[in-house]
Ligand binder design. Structure first.
Ligand code: C2E
Ligand code: CA
Ligand code: CA
Ligand code: CA
Length: 273
């Protein structure tokens, strides 16, 4: 039998638990930003058609003394809601700059939250940090999700122009999820299109997904965009996305995200010399 009230009680219990979790994560995050050392970056290779490294996507990790290792999906949204994302973003950028300084051959792709982008000094604060450390912005690609474009397309267009003028590369991330509009692609002037991993997950079994991916890649090339296919998990996936014209690939088959020491050893061979 259905009991709507029971359902409601259970539902609010779920919400109460989620609120509690968010508060615990928020407090822990504030501590982590004060203390330093708990938050780190792992790197995953993005590989060209020749199999060589093009750049590495920088992905945040947090090892909390009380909560254990938390993936970004657990703490980025909390940081956004708690008003901590700008500070967290700066902290992460500092860590990435440390690695760029230490490894002259390293190029990175960085994830930026819509709220970070909204800060008026977003581009200039990044540029200032890079100048201080003598790091060339062309070594950095800024990945933005389409929510940025949908929420405020004027702001997004302005920021994209600023980033471009400052010498950064820009990528539209997770394309194919949410509101993906082909119109935005034309308007927005990104350098790179990243096709969401949900596509790669389907192409081996679905002719429709394959046709869509092929068309998307053609369309992107028509707009002078390079295409990264995410979620390449097998040799078969890799062969397929390459056959469809994908310029760059990323996924567990190529390598998993890992700390810089391991990454440098496996992917920055020039470092060894
Ligand atoms: P994303 O930007 O789409 O990053 C790719 C995610 O896919 C990463 O998860 C990566 O570990 C995972 N992945 C890579 N290859 C494969 C594969 O072959 N198969 C599957 N199933 N997954 C794969 P991760 O590290 O847990 O990050 C999750 C999301 O958190 C990211 O999605 C990004 O939106 C966000 N994020 C990560 N680091 C940062 C950051 O520093 N700042 C901000 N604002 N967001 C971040
Ligand atoms: Ca990304
Ligand atoms: Ca993505
Ligand atoms: Ca994502």
């Amino acid at each position: 039998k259905r009991n709507p009230e029971r359902g409601l009680v259970a539902f609010s219990a779920v919400i109460a638990q989620a609120t509690q979790d968010a508060r615990t994560i928020e407090q822990g995050l504030r501590q982590a930003l004060l203390r330093g050392g708990e938050i780190s970056i792992v790197y995953q290779p993005i590989v060209g058609r020749d199999g060589r490294l093009a750049r590495a996507e920088a992905l945040a990790r947090w090892t909390s003394p009380t909560l254990g290792v938390l993936p970004p999906d657990r703490f980025i949204a909390v940081a956004e809601q708690a008003g901590l994302i700008v500070e967290l973003g700066r902290h992460l950028f500092g860590l990435i700059c440390d690695d760029l300084e230490a490894h002259p051959d390293l190029r990175v792709a960085i994830n930026v939250s819509p709220l970070q982008l909204r800060a008026p000094d977003f581009v200039s604060s990044f540029v200032g940090e890079l100048q201080k450390r003598r790091i060339d912005p062309s070594r950095i690609e800024i990945e933005l999700t389409e929510t940025v474009v949908v929420d405020d397309s004027h702001l997004a267009a302005d920021r994209l122009r600023e980033l471009r003028d400052a010498g950064f590369s820009t990528a539209l991330d997770d394309f194919g999820t949410g509101y993906s509009s082909i119109g935005y692609l034309r308007q927005m002037n990104f350098h790179v299109l990243k096709i969401d991993r949900s596509f790669a997950a389907q192409i081996a079994s679905s002719p429709q997904a394959t046709a869509m991916m092929r068309s998307l890649i053609e369309l992107a090339h028509g707009l002078y965009l390079k295409v990264v296919c995410e979620g390449v998990e097998s040799a078969e996936d890799l062969a397929l996305v390459r056959r469809l014209g994908c310029d760059l690939a990323q996924g567990y088959y190529l390598d998993k995200p890992m700390p810089m020491d391991a990454f440098a050893e496996r992917w920055l061979s020039q470092d060894i010399a």
